[in-house]
Design a binder for this molecule. Structure first.
Ligand code: PEP
Ligand code: MG
Length: 983
């Protein structure tokens, strides 16, 4: 990194001032930027400074070294300034300055990186602290905590496997046991001194190094450890899960300590300005008297509810102050805040604030309530939600009657409802076990005494999380909510024995591997499996068993979706093959069908018999046509007649099957057109390799032979003929229609007739879009197009109507993309079939990649599964090249995507960037796509406007393709360079 960008390594905050502000999250991290902002806005924040994220990137770019003057000049100068601000001195034997050292990435990564508190304490300053506070117990407790944290985080004294206890806890527990004391608060000053001695010995024994007494050394070590923790396993895992770029790096915040453990009038807490589990406008959080922050979030002591502070004699006044802070935070930061505070001898300090992570349920309610109350900007309401998390709103809830029965007989206890929803599954007592069980196809509830960030993998795998200790703002609860996992925390009646592998609660013992069910909305824990039923949203939208007016959740969801629609410019379509799927998709907000896979209709009822009949005789029929054409060309009428006899069976069956399929296909399409009204419907002609339709087992072959009135051996032999070595690259897609034009004709006719019939019946304009699959050559498309146009002309003539229809193609193979300029001469639209386009561009079978892709992901060869999220540099680049070559030929060409990627938020953002007209995804992904598309639009506009607020605009009704052109043009410059380089 260039030195010039590193000119300012450190930013100060405190005493109502700050060098940075809330907009500088990229440089100062979320925590650092917000501390600056809070300080400016008059919140009481202990003074401190932030070392920028650029120092972290420098550290990793330069073999874990620091900018030249960081520890020789910049940090000492910053400490000097902090000494001035606080009136204390680092390492002083009278009035020592103590600091905390905390991480702070651009996006918060709760609990994933390291923190060190009470830094600056040593054998001398601890005595000064004792004298100054007149509280020896407090001073030595603080020192004990610091040695423990420093030993763990900086010097690496940690448990060596997951069955071992934390070594420092072990030392402390065995000491407590030896003197017959149970609680930490029972320990005297002398006890603490003894523990510190044992801690420092443990450090020396384990590392061979002494615990450093020099505060400057302590600070250097701690800053290094925090930068180092950016790349610990759990932080990397967390970033991969939430697609936080590894290049961002973390900032380090060094802040003057305030103490919540100074005695009965001190305390600490974590609070949300609203309930992050369900969105209710209530003060939500916890506090502990005489404790430090880590005690609350680590889940080691179950804290008290913040609302109960109002009745706490000692803290009632502070509670009033907190109520004011709560309101002011929402007003100043425009969102629900998750903040940490410390009360030092009755004085309230804020240690950090950030936008609170919330469940999808809370997200929609908060967005609705705060936008209506003008506390949140509509644009922020749209961008602050995780589109993927909307899936949570569709997740099942417990079946009411089965849960009622479970309440009566099988309820073990009620814990804290920390992540809403219903989870039934097998008990796993370790993260590893949870992962293994899930890998073997089981549903799992991870049950732990308390969770630590190392349990992250298990939490990702499990459906639900149950903890015996910890409150609703413990790591378990926080992470669970963010992931949309069902979570019950702090179920105090639950005892877990890791050795015996049992979970006991109120006299009932369950073993690992048995069923348990948890209700994260009520906190109930049941000792058996509980049946589930559809979510409230599905009851409104799909089953229609609940009226919109009777579901608040639906109303909040609907508010957010409609808001999103105001910003989005991408159209949203769905992949649907049946009228009921189409109806569901419309209920979710789909504006058309982007892909109807006609072959899926072939499996309905007994029509598969006709399909098989058509397929089995197609090859012979094609042969017949070829031979008789050749004979006719030579004028051999006798041969022509003879061939008719020779191939009589094939001719009869092939034509017969098509004749049977024509009306049923027509019926299918009528159903779809009727369900979609005037919305566009893209119907793809037959695509898969034919062997997929063939009977496999002997009994099926026998059955088919009987139905067709031909010999078993004949059917078997025909089936063998269709065998291909590489069917996905074989006779499929438009290649079928080219060899068997009769199939294209039958399907086109069915579409034309259906469209005419539905238009007549309903009086609505039906606009079918016929899509030809797997085009590599413009001539292929031309060949198929001639058939479609001829058939449509015939049908319109018969019906005496004129109708609008489009014919276009899928872009699924690289040649089609590269020759887009030629293809676009014939195609009225392109739809990127990115399942096949990924398969063909990467040369990776979409069906077999599961065997090796997980290794690729683990090794970082690919960041995400390219079949789930578009490979932007490869496949995405090809899409850009395709667009660049097609648009000059056909300006404003309608461009869509209909591969599985169409429902992936990262892909949707990419599609927005390259100027597609619409994305098409499965019906249940439509809400995700709507929100993701709105976010993409806002972010793109913001980036272009230099982060100025984006105004919602009333979306044009029809998606004019011209609109999509502008971003495509923008993308064209760098693209042109890349394309040129590729040629
Ligand atoms: C595709 O290839 O992306 C596509 C939508 O077609 P299919 O998945 O049916 O091959
Ligand atoms: Mg395909």
């Amino acid at each position: 990194m260039a030195k010039a960008t590193l000119s300012k390594l450190i930013y100060h905050f405190g005493n109502g001032k700050s060098d940075g502000d809330g907009t500088m999250k990229a440089l100062l991290g979320g925590k650092g930027a917000n501390l600056g902002e809070m300080s400016r806005k008059g919140f009481k924040v202990p003074a401190g400074f932030t070392i920028t994220t650029e120092v972290c990137t420098y550290y990793y770019d330069n073999k874990k070294t620091y900018p030249t003057n960081l520890f020789s000049k910049d940090v000492p100068a910053a400490i000097k300034q902090l000494e001035k601000a606080t009136g204390k001195k680092f390492g002083d034997n009278k009035n020592p300055l103590l600091v905390s050292v905390r991480s702070g990435a651009r996006d918060s990564m709760p609990g994933m990186m390291d923190t060190i508190l009470n830094l600056g304490l040593n054998d001398v300053t601890v005595e000064a602290l004792k004298k100054k506070t007149n509280n020896g117990r407090f001073a030595y407790d603080s020192y004990r905590r610091f040695v423990q944290m420093y030993g763990d985080v900086v010097m690496g004294v940690q448990k060596r496997n997951e069955n071992e206890h934390e070594p420092f806890d072990q030392v402390m527990d065995s000491y407590k046991e030896s003197i017959g004391k149970h609680e930490d608060t029972d320990l005297s000053e002398d006890d603490l001194k003894e523990i510190i001695k044992r801690f420092t010995k443990l450090i020396k024994d384990r590392t061979g190094k002494a615990f450093p007494q020099d505060p400057a050394k302590q600070l250097e070590g701690s800053i290094g450890a925090v930068f180092g923790s950016w790349n610990n396993d759990r932080a990397i895992l967390y970033r991969n899960k939430y697609q936080i770029p590894h290049e961002w790096g973390t900032a380090v915040n060094v802040q003057a300590m305030v103490f919540g453990n100074m005695g009965a009038t001190s305390g600490t807490g974590v609070a949300f300005t609203r309930n992050p589990a369900n969105g209710t406008n209530e003060f939500y959080g916890e506090y502990l008297a005489n404790a430090q922050g880590e005690d609350v979030v680590a889940g080691t002591r179950t804290p008290l509810k913040i609302v109960d502070m109002a009745h706490d004699k000692v803290f009632a006044k502070t509670f009033k102050e907190l109520e004011v802070v709560r309101k002011k935070l929402e007003k100043e930061f425009g969102d629900v805040q998750d903040f940490e505070f410390t009360i030092e001898e009755g004085k309230l300090f804020l240690l950090q604030t950030r936008n609170g992570k919330r469940t999808a349920q809370a997200y929609v309610k908060i967005a609705h309530d705060m936008v209506k109350a003008k506390l949140m900007k509509p644009e922020h309401a749209v961008t602050s939600g995780d589109p993927q998390a909307l899936d949570q709103l569709l997740a099942p809830i417990f079946d009411t009657s089965d849960e009622k029965a479970a309440v009566a007989k099988d309820r073990l206890t009620v814990g804290l409802p920390a992540g809403p929803g219903a989870a039934s599954g097998i008990i796993a007592l370790t993260a590893k076990k949870a992962e293994d069980l899930v890998a073997s196809g089981q549903k799992v509830v991870l049950c732990r005494v308390e969770t630590s960030p190392e349990d992250l993998r298990g939490m990702i795998a499990a459906d639900g999380i149950l903890t015996a200790r910890g409150g609703v703002s413990s790591h378990a609860a926080l992470v669970a909510r963010q992931m949309g996992k069902v979570c019950v925390a702090g179920a105090g009646d639950v005892t877990i024995d890791y050795e015996k592998k049992t979970l006991t609660c109120n006299g009932k013992t369950l073993r690992e591997g048995e069923f348990i069910a948890i209700n994260g909305t009520t906190g109930a824990v049941y000792g058996r499996k509980v049946e589930t039923s559809p979510s409230e949203l599905l009851q409104v939208l799909v089953n229609k068993t609940l009226k919109p007016a009777d579901s608040k959740l639906f109303q909040y969801y609907d508010f957010v979706m409609k808001l999103a629609d105001k910003y989005r410019t991408l159209g949203i379509r769905t992949n649907a093959d049946q009228p009921d799927q189409a109806a569901n998709a419309i209920a979710f907000g789909a504006e058309g069908i982007g892909l109807c896979r006609t072959e899926h209709m072939f499996f309905e009822g007994d029509r598969i018999d006709s399909v098989r009949e058509m397929i089995l005789f197609a090859e012979d029929f094609a042969k017949y046509k070829l031979e008789s054409e050749e004979a006719a060309a030579t004028g051999d009428a006798e041969r022509v007649a003879a061939l008719k006899g020779e191939y009589a069976q094939a001719i009869e069956h092939f034509h017969g099957a098509l004749a049977k399929l024509l009306p049923v296909q027509q019926q299918d399409f009528e159903g779809l057109f009727a369900a979609m009204g005037e919305r566009p419907v893209t119907i793809r002609l037959l695509d898969p390799p034919l062997h997929e339709f063939l009977p496999q087992a002997g009994a099926q072959i026998e059955d088919l032979a009987k139905k067709l009135g031909v010999k078993y051996e004949r059917v078997e032999a025909l089936g063998h003929n269709l065998h291909e070595f590489n069917p996905m690259l074989g006779h499929r897609g438009c290649r079928l229609g080219i060899v068997y034009p009769e199939i294209t004709e039958m399907q086109s006719r069915a579409i034309a007739r259906a469209a005419i019939a539905v238009a007549k019946k309903t009086g609505k304009k039906v606009v079918p879009e016929i899509m030809i699959p797997l085009i590599g050559f413009a001539e292929e498309l031309k060949n198929q197009l001639d058939i479609v146009h001829r058939v449509f002309a015939e049908e319109q003539k018969i019906a005496k109507v004129k109708m609008k229809y489009l014919v276009g193609t899928m872009i699924e193979i690289p040649r089609g993309a590269l020759t887009a300029g030629e293809v676009a001469q014939h195609a009225e639209f392109f739809s990127f079939g990115t399942n096949d386009l990924t398969q063909t561009t990467l040369g990776m079978s979409r069906d077999d990649s599961g065997k090796f892709l997980p290794y690729y992901q683990r090794l970082g060869i690919v960041k995400a599964n390219p079949f789930a999220s578009i490979d932007q540099n490869g496949v995405g680049n090809l899409m850009e090249i395709c667009i660049e070559r097609a648009t000059p030929v056909r300006p404003g060409i309608k461009l869509g995507i209909c591969g599985e990627h169409g429902g992936d938020p990262a892909t949707i953002a990419f599609c927005h960037k390259i100027g597609l007209t619409y994305v098409s995804c499965s019906p249940f992904r439509v809400p995700v796509a709507r929100l993701a598309a709105a976010q993409a639009a806002i972010r793109a506009t913001r980036a272009a406007a230099g982060a100025k607020p984006v105004k919602a605009k009333v979306k044009a009704k029809a998606k004019a393709p011209v609109k999509a052109k502008a971003p495509a043009k923008k993308a064209a410059k760098p693209l042109a360079k890349r394309a040129a380089a590729a040629r």
